[in-house]
Design a protein around this ligand. Structure first.
Ligand code: GLC
Length: 478
């Protein structure tokens, strides 16, 4: 047993099961205070260097998540059985044997896929970056991998590399591109990790002997070589690596081997889901918006438009454009980014309800983007809601309020009005002197009457809102 495998095996059973899933509400992904054997860029760079590296990301505020892969073929159903869980987990949830699952590749020929159209959709929606699943938990690579033949070029009739096409289109459109990579979970590679579900093996999470093997071999012979491919195959990408579900397999020693590779790309941004106690650059709350954000930490709320990341033909529970825009504004007002997901189908087509909502969001941002891009968190706070008193030892629950939110820039305070106040907008404890007030959607930016005394501000408003979803009141201030 060589030293690489030996060293890794030694630290295998440290972390709890929480890391088997994402960063769900109430969960925190622990990062260790103990110095890492291999310091990551976050451990080495100065605050100024960190700010410079994160600058474009903080300016962006809004990105597109793309969950696309072989799981789009069964689209949530297999042998007449439908999964009630997220579509990309169908292999695990329905205990599909490895050989059966790999069969889907022979029918995967997404001739309807257009990297140009997807990038144009992101651009029109007002999104500034894209993160696409290059390999999800099922182990299928959505790129031309020389490391493992279970990929879209070698194993399907499609024979093209969609990541290469996306990288070229993103570069032309000035959109940043990142790759999601499931570094620990891999349900088709021997030794890959698997979150334990149902009656699967309690130790390994496996349900098919073909999955058994050495995790260290999997990491050394598949995961790390593929991460190297993703970081070097494409001239202009990636700007982000988005890790997921580290499970207990990603010990500090194993994660350090990945960090050695990441450290060769000093501009790269990576999240808090690598494992091994590495905090990464961003917190990644999933399917929820933290009550008060993560003060002092960059964070990104990732969310589905319906209830699944990967395409499910029968999931039609699409959120309204109003909800999606209110989420974007709420997240920005708490200093975070919004990574909103699309799930293309097996032809590579984006479901129409997702396209419609993204275009509608883009329309609002075309008028009001100034109050989102590069904007910082609110100078107020209580407008977001309050904690309801808790029974017994229960955690106090946050009850959001939805009248308005605020975002901030050097000499501007933006008030995003969801509910249109009668006659005037009133707010107290304004920490700046307002010099002019107007509505952003009013092309003439006509000055509105206002009074301000000891931090108490009242702005006279026209009878009707200019936008039913959110009308932005701009307070020029010093
Ligand atoms: C969770 C899910 C995974 C999904 C990710 C997105 O970790 O397990 O399927 O890709 O969230 O945040």
């Amino acid at each position: 047993m060589n030293s690489f495998v030996l060293r890794l095996a030694l630290g295998a059973c440290v972390l709890s099961s929480v890391s088997a899933y994402g960063q769900l509400e109430g969960h925190t992904i622990e990062s260790s205070a103990t110095p890492h054997s291999v310091p990551a860029i976050q451990d080495k760079e100065t605050p100024a260097q960190h700010d410079a590296r994160m600058a474009w990301w903080r300016e962006a505020r809004f990105g597109m998540f793309i969950h696309w892969g072989l799981y789009a073929v069964p689209a949530g159903e297999w042998h007449g059985q439908r999964t009630t869980h997220i579509g990309e987990w169908i292999m695990n949830d329905l205990s599909i044997p490895v050989a059966d699952y790999k069969q889907f590749a022979t029918n995967f020929n997404p001739t309807g896929f257009s990297a140009h159209d997807i990038v144009a959709l992101a651009k029109d929606a007002g999104m500034k970056y894209i993160v696409i699943t290059s390999k999800h938990h099922d182990g299928f690579a959505m790129f031309d991998s020389k490391t493992d033949p279970f990929n879209i070029v070698a194993a399907t009739p499609f024979k093209k590399d969609p990541l290469r096409e996306l990288a070229e289109e993103c570069h032309k459109a000035g959109i940043h591109l990142g790759f999601y990579y499931s570094q620990a979970q891999d349900w088709t590679a021997p030794g890959g990790a698997a979150a334990v579900r149902g009656n699967h093996n309690k130790e390994t999470g496996h349900w098919d002997a073909a999955q058994d093997g050495s995790f260290d071999d999997y990491l050394k012979n598949k995961a790390i070589p593929q991460i190297k491919e993703l970081l070097s195959n494409y001239k202009t990408a990636p700007d982000i690596i988005w890790f997921d579900t580290p499970t207990s397999k990603m010990t500090p020693e194993r994660a350090a081997e990945v960090v050695k590779v990441l450290n060769q790309y000093p501009k790269l941004i990576w999240n808090n889901r690598l494992g091994g106690g590495y905090k990464g650059d961003t917190e990644t709350p999933e399917q929820y918006i933290p009550a008060q954000g993560y003060p002092g930490r960059d964070w990104e709320s990732c969310m589905t438009i319906n209830d699944t990341w990967g395409y499910k033909s029968f999931d039609t529970n699409f959120k309204s454009t109003e909800t999606l825009l209110h989420n974007l504004i709420d997240i920005t007002s708490k200093g975070g980014n919004y990574l909103l997901n699309i799930g293309p189908d097996a032809q590579g087509k984006v479901p129409e309800p997702e396209v419609e909502r993204l275009h509608a969001m883009g329309k609002w941002l075309a008028v009001n983007g100034e109050a989102i891009y590069g904007a910082k968190a609110t100078l107020f706070g209580p407008e977001a809601g309050s904690f309801a008193p808790a029974e017994g030892n229960a955690k106090p629950k946050f009850v959001p309020a939805w009248e308005w939110r605020s975002t901030t820039k050097a000499n501007r305070i933006y008030i995003h009005l969801f509910a249109w106040p009668k006659g005037s907008f009133h707010v107290e404890k304004v920490p700046r002197t307002v010099t002019k007030a107007y509505l952003l959607a009013d092309p003439g930016h006509k000055a509105l009457k206002f009074t301000q005394k000891e931090g108490v501000l009242d702005v006279s408003l026209p009878e009707k809102a200019l936008d039913p979803i959110a009308t932005v009141l701009v307070l020029e201030s010093k």
